[in-house]
Design a binder for this molecule. Structure first.
Ligand SMILES: [Zn+2]
Ligand SMILES: [Zn+2]
Length: 279
């Protein structure tokens, strides 16, 4: 399974010399595993660039949305395959008890916020609530579960070819613990034993202390969560837009200093990972 990060910010960061290594686009990760099926995790602004290289219009594209905060859907309107006649797209998202996925996405993909409505697109777009149990998309076995973050929000676990990736870009597991006991119950089963975990690491410890309950994690919390879940490798993700390359280098170094059993890396735009089980 090959994973490519097209965007890893929590909000758009201005492109400039201070953000060039980590990138400025918001959440989008592409997964491929050889049979042609394309799976995209979230539709942040990184989705635009993901769409630029998806030339084979016969390939079905699946977009798994964790939730509908703007930084996770903003790229949809700029995703080229959406405008390709006959292109098959499936968008999966968190169920809601109030509005279905189409109604929620239409709030963005309709005038006045966007000139085109979903129903007027040339592509064939099907919208699905993510099922409560594991399901199969081509070679990928996908599991979704609700995690601690404001509003209906999913994390995803994706396995293929013996490798597993866990994706929890917006997650505050420190709020998900049992009273008096250790935290980290939220998202645990999604991440357990994953070869690579992409996890919210938006804040420093000092910043988190000012933002408890906002739905995000400190880098130290991401490391602690990864250790409890026994993941092999942790990529710090959902970077704060105010953090430039130098600041993120510092957070990465701190995270590596406290991570004992987990390999900590940076979630940088334009990086790819080849995942294989046991390696
Ligand atoms: Zn977000
Ligand atoms: Zn969010």
């Amino acid at each position: 399974m090959r994973a490519t990060i097209w965007g890893s910010r929590g909000s758009i960061a201005s492109a400039g010399p201070d953000t060039v290594r980590y990138g400025g686009n918001t959440s989008c990760v592409e997964l491929a595993d050889g049979d042609g099926t394309i799976l995209l995790l979230d539709a942040g602004t990184g989705l635009r660039r993901a769409g630029m290289h998806l030339r084979d219009s016969s390939v079905p594209i699946h977009i798994l949305l964790t939730h509908l905060h703007m930084d996770h859907i903003q790229g949809l309107g700029f995703f080229r395959p959406l405008f390709e006649p006959g292109r098959e797209l499936h968008v999966w998202g968190p169920p809601s008890t109030t509005l279905d996925l189409r109604a929620r996405l239409t709030r963005y993909l309709s005038p006045p916020l966007f000139p085109v409505r979903i129903r007027d697109l040339d592509s064939i777009v099907e919208l699905h609530d993510a099922p409560s149990g594991p399901w199969q998309i081509g070679p990928f076995t996908v599991t979704a579960a609700s995690v601690v973050h404001p509003g209906p929000t999913l994390g995803y676990r994706v396995s293929a070819g013996g490798a597993t990736l866990a994706y929890l870009p917006d997650h505050e597991p420190a709020l998900g613990g049992l009273a008096g006991g250790p935290a980290w119950t939220s998202g645990h089963d999604l991440a357990a034993g994953a070869d690579l975990l992409l996890h919210d690491a938006q804040y420093s410890d000092a910043e988190y202390a000012e933002r408890v309950g906002w739905g995000h994690s400190s880098a130290a919390h991401a490391v602690a969560f990864a250790e409890v879940a026994s993941v092999r490798r942790l990529a710090l993700f959902h970077h704060d837009p105010d953090h430039d390359d130098e600041r993120l280098d510092g957070l990465l170094a701190e995270a590596r200093g406290i991570g004992r059993g987990v390999d900590v890396i940076a979630g940088c735009e334009d990086t790819s990972f080849e995942l294989s089980g046991g390696g």
